[in-house]
Design a protein around this ligand. Structure first.
Ligand code: SF4
Length: 95
């Protein structure tokens, strides 16, 4: 989510200023697959680091809702990968 934010003028982004990932010193790279090759082990570690931060985030619900609403295709949002978000949305729709 590093490429977005209230400063871009996007509507409905107010919640983001309270995200745990907005705190100083946070490495936003953990939220996205790096360009180039990433081993499965490195991917698991990176995603676990991102999810650990999300687990402490006061706006985790809003972040997840945003990703679902806008169909985010990359990254960790609301403590879930986009594949996990898609699977969750699918289960909810079929329930
Ligand atoms: S849930 Fe995770 S990605 Fe979303 S704002 Fe919070 S820390 Fe950032």
């Amino acid at each position: 989510m590093a490429a977005f934010g209230p400063e871009t003028g996007a509507v409905g982004w107010d919640w983001r200023v309270n995200g745990a990932c907005r705190e100083d010193g946070i490495d936003w790279d953990v939220f996205f697959t790096p360009s180039g090759r990433e081993s499965a082990t490195a991917c698991r570690r990176r995603e676990a680091d991102a999810k650990s931060l999300c687990a402490t985030c006061p706006v985790i619900r809003q972040c997840r809702e945003h990703a679902e609403t806008f169909g985010e295709k990359h990254g960790i949002w609301g403590g879930l990968t986009v594949d996990e978000l898609a699977a969750l949305s699918s289960r909810i729709r079929s329930a």
